[in-house]
Design a binder for this molecule. Sequence first.
Ligand SMILES: Cc1cc2nc3c(=O)[nH]c(=O)nc-3n(C[C@H](O)[C@H](O)[C@H](O)COP(=O)(O)O)c2cc1C
Length: 323
Amino acid sequence: MDKAKTEPTFYVRDIPVYGDVILAPMAGFSDVPYRALCRAYGSAMHYTEFVPAETLLVQPNPLWRRLDIKAGEHPIVFQIFGNNAQKLLAAAQRIEAWQPDIIDINMGCSVHKISGRGAGVGMMPQPGLVADTFNLLSTHLSVPVTGKLRIGWDDRQRNFLEIARIMEDNGAALIALHGRTREQKYNVPADWDVIGELKQAVEIPVIGNGDVNCAADIDAMKAHTGCDAVMVGRAAVGNPWIFARRERQDVTLPEIIVTIKLHLEEMLDYYGDPKGLYLFRKHLRRYFKGLAVKPFLQKMLQTTDVSEFEHLLMIVEAKLLAA
Ligand SMILES: Cc1cc2nc3c(=O)[nH]c(=O)nc-3n(C[C@H](O)[C@H](O)[C@H](O)COP(=O)(O)O)c2cc1C
């Protein structure tokens, strides 16, 4: 058996993580069904989609699905965001009752309505808020507390090292770093040098993130930065094989079809019919990216009937295999 699976690759305080490739939290994508699939292909740890602290303090929580997990899904990191340390603590305490392994503070979201209110990456220009948040959470919670950040607000405020040291001094157990500033959003290539700088600067484990676009990039990022694990976001959509370190072009058509069926089944089991089918559409586009399936893809994206979808999939499979 693979050594990585029998011995922990690293620990988040006392939580062992077996493996070094991790599905990134992605609102709208990294839900229970997709996490189950990625786990089966080798993703070592999962994050829930992020949830504002405030919604956890109201009953009923309108975003409860984002914090739902599958039985046995471990290690699981529950991710929240906010701009108030006391509210983040109250939200985290509520989450603790659901037995997460780890609670994570999102300090990377660049969306204006979040960062502009001082949450997400908007926490990074507020070192006092970061200190208070990690101090409060790490002293009041029994589970490890971690954070996911960017390089900083903009090129003038690249303060990830200052924030990381504050986090570590206040009890953080792991840092995930996305190698871009808020201002850069996704518009420039991710900077991997900063991940190496962070790894040199802190004792706690570091997860590197940003532009791991293919399987070879996993080991390239590890070699470049020395990070403990690599987090894959956009390149994992329609491509769970990346967690098995397989290049997408080496995945055969029958394998793609089998995975589409498996993923759809997970979606229908979890969301029901037809909601599972609707929510599967965005994944389908990505599974079929680059394949000559256009007229069928359009029909598959439009149908509201699972049997019709499966029939179309059969035709596509036959056509592609005959081509
Ligand atoms: C659609 C989408 C949703 C995202 N949602 C979250 C989220 O809920 N929490 C979070 O920390 N980051 C979120 N991110 C950021 C990713 O976790 C990751 O940091 C970013 O995509 C860079 O990694 P990549 O180059 O591998 O995609 C999201 C990204 C995308 C594209």
